[in-house]
Design a protein around this ligand. Structure first.
Ligand code: ZN
Ligand code: ZN
Length: 270
């Protein structure tokens, strides 16, 4: 069983990927949705609240499609970097104080409800930023599953004492393991020196074809064992890598498996 997910950011965030794209991130998500339709695959799009405010004419082409389940991805994706960095230095919590995080969560939920008429059940923090108050704040706001972080051994949503489920990604992520756009080999080398970054799948970045092979291997392995895969694939990243060429191989395989929206995993459990 495969739960395919991807994060979508408002254009004004001006990420490195966005700077390298001729079309907006939301437009890449619309193109990606056309592929999901071809292969009949369900997907979770975690979308920033600001996208609903600023790019509704594009967002509305996505969020009512039955193949898509919408999740929250913060209101502005920590746009005020300075504030979050300072708070992280002081308290080791990048998300900010509890009241701030609550405000961010409720603002996101409200704009999505206002625009779509729906309550969201799932959430992922931008850059997987997970703080000490995350579970409490999200659960109080009605969120059932939070999908932050990357963990090979994350085999199913695990119940946190607050009542929310945590379900980290369990397949090698795309963006931070791919050489593409701003992430040139030189850029990656500098970044590695500065942060000594690595996740459960190591520190390597790959060209898209090699990365796609890894994803396929891991998906097939988990399917053979009857385990749920939680995959992250950003439409803009796939667009920038090779205009969706390699990801089509992945989608073709996923189309042979059962796909679920993340919130269905909790329904299946209770
Ligand atoms: Zn992301
Ligand atoms: Zn993000």
């Amino acid at each position: 069983m495969i739960c395919l997910t991807g994060d979508l950011h408002h254009m004004s965030l001006n990420t490195g990927n966005q700077q390298h794209s001729y079309i907006s991130e939301m437009k890449t998500a619309i193109l990606f949705l056309r592929l999901l339709e071809v292969y009949d695959i369900k997907m979770n799009y975690f979308i920033t609240g600001k996208s609903f405010e600023e790019e509704w004419s594009d967002v509305k082409q996505i969020v009512f499609n039955p193949l898509i389940e919408v999740g929250g991805h913060n209101y502005d994706a920590f746009e005020n970097e300075f504030f979050h960095r300072v708070w992280n230095k002081l308290t080791k919590n990048y998300n900010g104080p509890k009241w701030y995080q609550r405000n961010d969560t409720l603002k996101t939920i409200e704009i999505i409800k206002e625009k779509t008429g729906r309550d969201i059940k799932v959430w992922r923090n931008h850059m997987y930023m997970h703080g000490e108050n995350t579970e409490e704040v999200l659960f109080d706001a009605g969120i059932q599953i939070c999908s932050d972080g990357v963990k090979k051994a994350s085999n199913e949503p695990s119940l946190h004492k607050t009542g929310i489920y945590n379900f980290p990604i369990n397949i090698i992520p795309d963006h931070e393991h791919l050489i593409h756009a701003e992430r040139t080999p030189q850029w990656i080398e500098k970044w590695q020196k500065r942060y000594n970054w690595s996740d459960d799948f190591g520190k390597e970045s790959y060209y898209v074809e090699t990365w796609a092979n890894l994803v396929l291997e891991q998906l097939k392995d988990r399917e053979a064992k009857g385990l749920v895969s939680n995959v992250i694939i950003h439409p803009i990243t796939m667009y920038l890598c090779d205009n969706f060429k390699q990801v089509k191989r992945i989608l073709e395989y996923i189309s042979t498996c059962e796909t679920v929206h993340m919130s269905e995993l909790v329904k299946a459990k209770s």
